[in-house]
Design a protein around this ligand. Structure first.
Ligand code: SAJ
Length: 406
């Protein structure tokens, strides 16, 4: 039996995937409400294919509990927030989980850390917890790092098909854990050591952050000299070795906007490019606000209350708002005492911000300038309804004539 600790965005789909492929699973989370919801037969966030996978896993006998189980295999998938000041990882949840595992596990158990951690975290924080509990790593407890790679919005598909990395002290244990993941994972599973696995994960997200930053810097260059950045990227990408990503209002989510800071925090002397990329992406919400200000002036729109933000989530077709560029824009406006902007997002059902609408038509009726911040399918299917509005499209999804872009 595997005890999966942490039933959030990564732990839950992973637990369901194992269970629906015949592995006995108990999912543990300290959040009583969350466990009660799952036990009542409901999932806790929206994700394509998650409900079907959940039903399958329940039929296969998955169990959810607030208690840690005594077993020989643990997968820890708890959050690893970062300290906004020091830019360093906060390993508190991982440490607390491993401590609780140590309190119930038998000798010979394997502990797999799935949570994203900065390089060296396992050496610095996880190993001491195990040894302080009187266990010898490699003899009594096997330690493994198996970072996830799935993208919100396409998690179920990517869990099945992506390649994975398993970092282990002991190759044989690495192979054993590889076998376990191979129960559902059809991609290549590479076995390496723990530090390499830690670093690889952070490097992957840093790579994407830097590439998005390049696209965002191009936006600024082109805007300053009246060039069409989208046409330039489109043509440049026809070169067989060029693949420029899409500019946007900023980089949100709990991964790409966070992980590169681990490298900046730990290696400040060497991480100049990585830091600049972070700063460029973090500057985008303010860049969009400046664009809005200019477009308002050009169109004689005097009141912020006549401006509507479409999209609160950090990207399209997910209900996750962590580090979302829209929230960053709202915070920035708040600091500048600019109140009254209207907000709508079909994925956010609860009241989260001021002047939030839950009805698209009502939202449209009340605004003159619509700022498209997230490219949900919903807006793509209803684009025609924006006709007659002044539009600022930060995602290059609207083909209505006269639409402003970044
Ligand atoms: N974005 C752009 N332009 C682009 C692509 C993305 O502005 O061309 C923005 C998005 O709108 C969003 C942010 O970047 O605000 C991040 O979105 P994303 O879709 O690129 O990535 P995440 O954060 O949802 O998931 C990433 C993935 N990492 C990589 O693609 C290297 C995923 O595979 C990881 O599992 C995940 O981070 C994670 O958990 O680490």
């Amino acid at each position: 039996m595997i005890n999966i600790i942490g039933l959030g965005y990564i732990g839950l789909p992973t637990a369901l995937m194992f269970a629906s492929h015949g592995v006995e699973v108990v999912g543990t989370d300290y959040n009583k409400e969350l466990v009660a919801t799952l036990n009542a037969g409901k999932t806790t966030f929206e994700e394509a294919g998650l409900d079907d996978l959940f039903n399958e896993a329940v039929n296969c006998g998955i169990k959810f509990s607030t208690e840690y189980q005594s077993t020989d295999m643990y997968i820890v998938a708890v959050p690893t927030p970062y300290d906004k000041e020091s830019k360093r990882i906060d390993p508190a949840y991982v440490i607390a989980s491993v401590k609780q595992v140590m309190a119930v596990c038998p000798k010979g158990a394997t502990v797999v850390i799935e949570s994203t951690v900065s390089p060296g975290t396992i050496d610095r924080y996880v190993r001491p917890v195990i040894t302080e509990n009187g266990f010898v790593i490699g003899e009594d407890i096997n330690l493994v790092h198996a970072p996830e790679r799935i993208i919100p919005g396409n998690m179920v598909y990517e869990l099945l098909h992506n390649s994975r990395t398993i970092g282990a002290d002991d190759k044989a244990i690495g192979e054993k854990v590889k076998e376990l993941y191979a129960s559902f994972c059809q991609g290549e599973i590479v076995v390496t050591d723990i530090r390499t696995a830690e670093m690889t994960k952070v490097v992957e997200n840093t790579f994407r952050d830097i590439n998005i930053a390049f696209a965002n810097e191009l936006v600024k260059i082109c805007r300053s000299d009246d060039m069409d950045v989208y046409e330039i990227i489109r043509i440049a990408n026809k070169h067989p070795r060029v693949n420029i990503l899409s500019p946007g209002p900023g980089v949100g989510g709990h991964c790409i906007s966070v992980d590169p800071w681990f490298l900046v925090g730990d290696y400040p002397t060497y991480s100049n490019l990585i830091k600049q990329a972070r700063l460029i992406n973090d500057s985008m919400p303010d860049f969009v606000l400046e664009r809005i200000y200019n477009i308002m002036k050009e169109n004689g729109i005097k009141e912020v209350s006549k401006v509507g933000f479409y999209g609160l989530t950090y990207k399209e077709n997910v209900d996750d708002v962590r580090e979302s560029p829209t929230l960053q824009m709202l915070e920035s406006m708040e600091r500048h005492l600019a109140h009254g902007v209207k907000v709508y997002d079909p994925f956010i059902k609860a009241d989260m911000v001021e002047n939030q609408y839950h009805d698209f038509e009502a939202f449209l009726n009340d605004v003159d300038l619509v700022v498209l911040l997230v490219g949900h399918d919903e807006i793509k299917e209803n684009m025609g309804k924006l006709k007659g509005k002044v539009i600022l499209d930060t995602r290059n999804i609207c083909s209505i004539e006269g639409t402003y872009r970044l």
